[in-house]
Design a protein around this ligand. Structure first.
Ligand code: ATP
Ligand code: MG
Length: 246
């Protein structure tokens, strides 16, 4: 059973079909790269999955439950997490405080009678654990504003993980990073627990091939290839799109 599935999902902006009849199925635990040229519809597709945008037509299923009509906060509660391109950190607060706020937000969302009793030690352990997962354990008491660009993006992933998503959408996690920062980010993402299913939009092919179990290629809003890296690499349509661009 797929954890996330779309059925003929479409979205237009005026006369432009940004996402055009996209049907994909992602298995639990999978790491799926979504690639394609600039303007292919990748970010629009994520906005449809997280609920920031409404589709023109088509369906989205999480665990085979239809979530198409649900607003973003309900999808988040059901387990769709994402990071945003724009910075959503509290720059004046420490790494610790940023993560703590995100964990408390999740606890606040849980219905009262399901909410576990939390001791300070539980909360502290979770905050430190998340920081460690993202390689920020040495930065806990630094203001987020003093982190490097790469570290800020690591912290954004820690905040998204604090919501305990089942499916996490990462839009260009290595964009604007130095080669060293990129290598570190790839290592962090590779080390995330397999119970979080990942969809990763990425332009850097080295990153794609080191992280992805499967790859979906979008071109003018349509899926032109979908398969394991070796299949996609040799796909004539994909070669045409990428070589035609170069
Ligand atoms: N809010 C909007 N209003 C009008 N057109 C939009 C809007 N958002 C996206 N588009 C258009 O839809 C198409 C798909 O854009 P989208 O941002 O999804 O592409 P992308 O694959 O994420 O590109 P990139 O790799 O550059 O991030 C583009 O032609 C873009 O100009
Ligand atoms: Mg984009």
């Amino acid at each position: 059973m797929s954890i996330l599935r779309t059925e003929r999902l479409s979205r237009n902006f005026g006369g432009l079909m940004a996402v055009n009849n996209v049907s994909i199925a992602v298995e639990a635990g999978e790491r799926r790269a979504i690639i394609g040229p600039n303007g292919a519809g990748k970010t629009t597709f994520f906005n449809l999955l997280s609920g920031e945008l409404r589709p023109l037509s088509g369906h989205i299923f999480l665990d085979e439950r239809e979530i198409t009509p649900l607003p973003p906060h309900q999808r988040a509660r059901l387990g769709i997490g994402r990071t945003f391109q724009r910075n959503n950190l509290f720059l004046g607060l420490t790494v610790y405080e940023n993560i703590q706020l995100a964990v408390q937000q999740r606890l606040g969302l849980a219905s009262r009678w399901l909410r576990p009793a939390r001791t300070f030690e539980d909360l502290d352990r979770e905050v430190v654990g998340l920081a460690t997962t993202l390689g920020l354990e040495g930065r806990l008491f630094e203001p987020a504003g003093s982190l490097s660009y790469g570290e800020q993006r690591q912290l954004e992933i820690a905040l998204a993980l604090a919501m305990r998503p089942r499916v996490l959408l990462l839009d260009e996690p290595t964009a604007g990073m130095s080669p060293a920062e990129t290598a570190k980010m790839v290592q962090m993402i590779a080390g995330l627990p397999r119970d979080v299913t990942l969809l990763i939009i990425e332009h850097d092919m080295d990153v794609v091939f080191s992280l992805a179990d499967r790859i979906t290629v979008l071109h003018y809003g349509q899926v032109i290839a979908d398969g394991v890296p070796e299949e996609v690499k040799g796909n004539p349509k994909v070669l045409e799109v990428y070589l035609g661009e170069a």
